[in-house]
Design a protein around this ligand. Structure first.
Ligand SMILES: [Zn+2]
Length: 273
């Protein structure tokens, strides 16, 4: 049953219409009319349901999401590496609690069109379940996002990270692995497939660096796969420090933070390591 939108507002004790409703020409008078029509038709069970929904709405209003802050030169320069990490932690908390920040993305498009000032750069897998913007509840202009199967770094990703931090002012690099990673499983199984073979070769050092798990060091062994995924994050963080004098220097001076994390595709939770 489709109830008139206005019924919901009236039943929830809302007497002021939201701006977007006003723009559609709905008035409180039409709401009253609709409400009377609805009340004639409504069964007592529906009324009871509306009362329950009213309580639910009150709870939602009590935990109303914060409005988004679009990053500017000022907000970026005021952000420390520690603060950037905290912002990502809080973003993932909002994500797993379903209390994402309210965003007007087109407003953010307009606000960032002439310049971007992201506070962090994230290296994550291309996996469809591991979008950094979504799982950290970030909007337009908040984070650089380098995504590649197996979340490793090569020269091109390193160059991108150097741009993000040394040229564009990001304060944190986070390497984000995830559970159930197909690229990690492919590397464990020595998959050979066109250009993917070369891609997976970047993950092989992590496979080699995880001892034990005999006799099954294949993708069928979930614990082995996760151990390799964890090691791959650690090695990728180390590789950034080793292979980029620019980023190493910035990290040593405390100008940027550099760390790793693991995303659980079952729970939505990011564990920082
Ligand atoms: Zn993956």
């Amino acid at each position: 049953m489709n109830l008139p939108l206005s019924v919901y507002f009236k039943e929830f004790g809302i007497t002021q219409l939201p701006t977007n409703i006003k723009q559609k020409g709905v008035t409180m008078k039409t709401i009253d009319t609709n409400r009377r029509n609805f009340m004639k038709k409504a069964s007592s069970s529906l009324i009871a349901a509306a009362a329950g929904s009213s309580l639910a709405l009150s709870a939602i209003k009590a935990h109303a999401a914060q409005s988004a802050v679009t990053q500017t030169k000022q907000t970026q320069s005021a952000t420390t590496p520690q603060k950037a990490l905290q912002m990502l932690k809080e973003g993932n908390d909002r994500f797993i609690q379903g209390k994402m920040t309210q965003r007007d993305l087109m407003q953010q498009v307009k606000a960032t069109g002439s310049g971007q000032f992201p506070f962090a750069a994230i290296v994550s897998c291309m996996d469809s379940r591991a979008s950094a913007e979504l799982i950290f509840d970030q909007g337009i202009g908040d984070i650089f996002s380098a995504r590649i199967a197996g979340n490793f770094v090569d020269d091109e990703i390193l160059g991108s990270l150097e741009f993000a931090c040394a040229a564009a002012g990001a304060k944190l690099i986070l390497v984000l692995g995830h559970t159930e990673c197909g690229a990690i499983k492919g590397a464990c199984d020595d998959v050979v497939l066109g250009s993917l073979t070369q891609t997976l070769s970047n993950i092989k050092p992590a496979v080699a660096a995880v001892p034990g798990f005999e006799p099954d060091r294949s993708s069928k062994n979930d614990q082995f796969v996760q151990a390799v995924a964890d090691k791959n994050v650690v090695l990728t963080v180390e590789r950034i420090r080793e292979r980029s004098p620019i980023l190493r220097g910035m990290a040593n001076k405390g100008q940027i933070g550099l760390g790793g994390a693991m995303y659980d595709v079952h729970s939505g939770k990011v564990t920082f390591i």
